[in-house]
Write a protein that binds this ligand. Structure first.
Ligand code: UDP
Length: 244
């Protein structure tokens, strides 16, 4: 597929609707075409400005979908209408498609009780879901090598990695060399949602692009992260749109 992208502060964002992203990735899964999908938000762009290694990983990703509303706003400032593609929803729909097409998945990340609960709930929700490997997200470097070797041996069609950014993207980058047929997605706090310990924002918040506000009210510790990055990101987005 020729990528239709727009640049936000030097980084390509793929301009695909949720449905088109889902179909495109599903085709790749069915055809055993490995890829790295990043579900990007403003905090990640800000981090990439400071961290060369992370910046390269972002630039080398095969698909970068706009997860955060801040990215949608930055595109809007450039007069590009783009819907948000929430990673947590995209990953779930991909699992549904994996189950339908006999493709297996691996889940890595979050605390042990969370990943177990998420696995249990997902299996209840999605018939024929074939989860072939899970591991919590708290491991040493030595254990990391073992996990990557195990993944290489199992060769899952999809691996959902929930370590938060940039850990998950760095982990995926390490896996890519050995797992060329696996579709990797960094899914942040998705396992906490599927385990039922973190609620998704109600529909009205999501429609208004205010999921971040809801999550910040529920988890005030997130405020520190957002206020450090979001205003600066939006300021740069305005400057970029004016310059254009
Ligand atoms: N996490 C992990 N290992 C780590 C650090 C974090 O598995 O070393 C998990 C954490 O338990 C949580 C997820 O990564 O499930 C990060 O969630 P967060 O809400 O920060 O991600 P976001 O959705 O904001 O990117």
């Amino acid at each position: 597929m020729d990528r239709k992208t727009a640049k936000i502060q030097g980084f390509n964002i793929d301009l695909l609707s949720f449905k088109d992203a889902l179909n495109y990735i599903t085709d790749n899964i069915i055809n055993n075409k490995g890829m790295h999908i990043v579900t990007v938000n403003p905090e990640m762009i800000e981090l990439a400005h400071k961290d060369k290694f992370f910046s390269e990983i972002l630039k080398n990703a095969d698909l970068v979908v706009p997860d955060g509303v801040g990215i949608k706003i930055a595109l809007k400032l450039k007069k590009i209408a783009q819907e948000q593609v929430p990673g947590v929803d995209l990953a779930k729909e991909l699992m549904v498609n994996c189950a339908k097409n006999g493709k297996n998945i691996a889940l890595i990340g979050a605390k042990e009780d969370i990943i177990k609960k998420a696995e249990e709930n997902l299996k209840k929700d999605i018939i024929n879901l074939n989860i072939i490997y899970t591991h919590n997200g708290y491991f040493s470097e030595e254990e990391e090598s073992e996990i990557i070797n195990k993944l290489a041996e199992l060769n899952p069609a999809v691996a959902l990695i929930a370590l938060g950014a940039p850990k998950q993207e760095i982990f995926i980058n390490k896996c890519k060399e050995k797992l060329k047929q696996t579709v990797f997605i960094g899914v942040g706090g998705a396992f906490d949602v599927w385990a039922g310990v973190v609620e998704r924002a109600p529909e009205i918040y999501r429609k208004l692009g205010l999921e971040w506000l809801y999550r910040t009210i529920k988890q005030p510790q997130r405020f520190k992260r957002i206020y450090k990055t979001l205003p600066l990101f939006l300021f740069k987005a305005i400057i970029e749109s004016v310059k254009k």
